[in-house]
Design a protein. Structure first.
Length: 280
């Protein structure tokens, strides 16, 4: 059985997905309904390993920008979440989860970790078809399930509906397969790291990115470039990028208004190991 070995990255889902907020007012005897509030999600698997206040800070930035924010903690980061979160109509989803490269599969897919304990007797069909597999963090003894890009393509229950995806963990842009899976299921743009990244570094960079994109309303390309200028590459040399490149000129708010184009992105690196390896 191929093993996804990781280093650090993240995901989850509310028991009752919240509905878009609307309000009704009466003007000269006519009732009008306002536009639904913008919605964002933070899938935070890593808070079980770190006492960082990242989630609180990220939520404040999003709320200041006018978003209603759902937070999925470690107990919600299950295989089913990766299938169902696509149908919740979020404009932005931040995945603060472990991720790793599986060297035992020819295509070397990047798997996104859950906190769901691994069992060879669970999800048997999905395991046989390389949709899920066992995963282990570099410095952890627990073996959990990870989902593959193939899982995102075949098992997502809805469209990401032009959502912006931020992959905070290692290897988000290691290859085109993972980001392309999100794009194939309707995401507008995917932002992530091309190699290993330390949790403290990705926390700092992501908060910086959110401020630039949501509060200063920079385009994706401007925000990613300025984040890298301000925060720099990780000590491993890992850099932040996005895909598709053709969408770099758009702001997050334009994506939420369905102003879209098409393109493909960048990614690099090579890591040798067994299974999905992540060492954030």
């Amino acid at each position: 059985m191929a093993l996804f070995i990781i280093a650090v990255i993240y995901v989850a889902i509310p028991s009752q997905p919240s509905e878009p907020l609307t309000s009704t007012s009466t003007v000269q005897g006519q009732s009008t309904t306002t536009k639904p509030a913008l919605k964002a999600a933070i899938v935070d698997q890593l808070s079980v390993f770190s006492d960082s206040d990242f989630t609180d800070q990220a939520k404040k930035i999003m709320e200041q920008a006018g978003f209603r924010v759902d937070v999925y903690g470690p107990d919600k980061v299950k295989v089913d979440l990766y299938a169902s979160i696509s149908r919740s109509n979020y404009e932005i989803i931040v995945f603060r989860v472990h991720a790793g490269v599986n060297d035992q599969i020819a295509s070397r897919p990047v798997g996104l970790f859950t906190t769901e304990p691994y069992s060879q007797f669970k999800y048997q069909s999905e395991q046989l078809n390389d949709l899920v597999g066992p995963a282990q963090a570099f410095n952890r003894s627990e073996v959990v399930f990870a989902v593959t890009p193939k899982f995102l393509r075949e098992k997502s229950l809805g469209s990401y509906n032009d959502a912006v995806i931020i992959l905070m963990g290692c290897f988000g842009l290691y290859s085109g397969d993972l980001p392309q899976a999100f794009v194939d299921r309707g995401a507008s743009v995917v932002v992530g790291w091309n190699e290993l990244v330390d949790i403290n570094h990705t926390d700092k960079a992501t908060l910086t990115l959110l401020r630039f994109t949501l509060l200063q309303k920079m385009s994706v390309d401007e925000a990613v470039t300025k984040t890298m200028n301000d925060v720099g590459a990780d000590s491993t040399g890992s850099v932040l990028g996005y895909v598709p490149l053709e969408k770099g000129g758009f702001t997050f708010f334009q994506f939420s208004c369905e102003i879209l184009v098409t393109d493909r992105w960048k990614t690099i690196s090579d890591l040798h190991g067994q299974g999905f390896l992540d060492s954030t």
